[in-house]
Design a protein around this ligand. Sequence first.
Ligand SMILES: Nc1ncnc2c1ncn2[C@@H]1O[C@H](COP(=O)(O)OP(=O)(O)O)[C@@H](O)[C@H]1O
Ligand SMILES: [Mg+2]
Length: 327
Amino acid sequence: MIRLFRSIEGEKKDDIVQVAEFIIDDERKKGHTRLADRLSSILESNINTHQSYKGEMQNIFGSDLNIPKENRNNIPLATAISRENLRHEMVLPAEIELKIQRIEKEFVARERLALYGLKPRRRILFHGGPGCGKSMSAERIAWNIGLPFLKVRFEAIISSYLGESASNLKKLFEAIKNFPCVLLLDEFDFIAKSRDSKHDVGEMHRIVNILLNVLEDYEGPGIIVATTNLEGSIDKALFRRFDDIIEITKPGKEEILRILKSTLSAIDTQPNLAWKDLSNKMLGFSAALIVKIAIDAAKISVIQGKGIVNEDNILQSLSENQLYYKS
Ligand SMILES: Nc1ncnc2c1ncn2[C@@H]1O[C@H](COP(=O)(O)OP(=O)(O)O)[C@@H](O)[C@H]1O
Ligand SMILES: [Mg+2]
């Protein structure tokens, strides 16, 4: 019996796994508790290796998307991030916030728009420097409109089998054709840039063209979000495929202050802290760096045994982190 169980592979919903669970229950009812426990742990470890995105999708969204895999190593072409793991509390300059809200509002109003033959924005490009919230904005959209979130795995798309990268991309878009989700193509210019590499120039060229086509043809019920750091290096043809192109800029003074306060909201801060002066010193920093400065300041204060963040803590953290700041 144990040997039989060791050979079982699959996912929780597979027939073989359900039969196995039935046998375990049966043994338990017969009072064979130790055997039942043993079989249960073997089964658990066998199906655990397969548990991943799919289990999450089913639990969180009650939906069953079979994320296609590449053929060589059976790596899924996208990863799902469950709702509770989506980053969504962010601070953006007002005009950027409004642009992102417009995407969300159009999605929510999609049926009303359709009455007039109109479609919501569903191909979005975020660009801007690192650490300002491009990827986070994509997650936040999914969180706000309540859609499953999938992140494309380019390393799986760019298969080592010649000719398969393009079909991987097509396979993935075919799979989400009728599946409402936010699909993130993070740092997607990676794929466009790779066309410069000496290997497989023809292949990379084909992939870029396929990407252009699948983006253009996307009529699905979700939203495709692409992000990129470097506007200059993207193929101009790519830009034309998007319904909305939004630059996520660095936080201004007001946003810096809000990011500091919200990051430190779980810890006490010295009364009458010179928030404004401190924020001004961080002008030009990315949101990610400001979050880090605030967290480090909190740690300094806790380690000192006070647990009340004061100005010195923030200044110390600022000067330590400034080393990494390049304008
Ligand atoms: N606008 C923002 N508001 C609050 N925190 C932010 C913001 N942008 C970035 N962060 C912080 O920086 C981290 C990295 O952000 P991310 O979206 O991955 O940056 P990007 O994709 O632009 O490089 C986030 O996990 C978050 O802690
Ligand atoms: Mg990013």
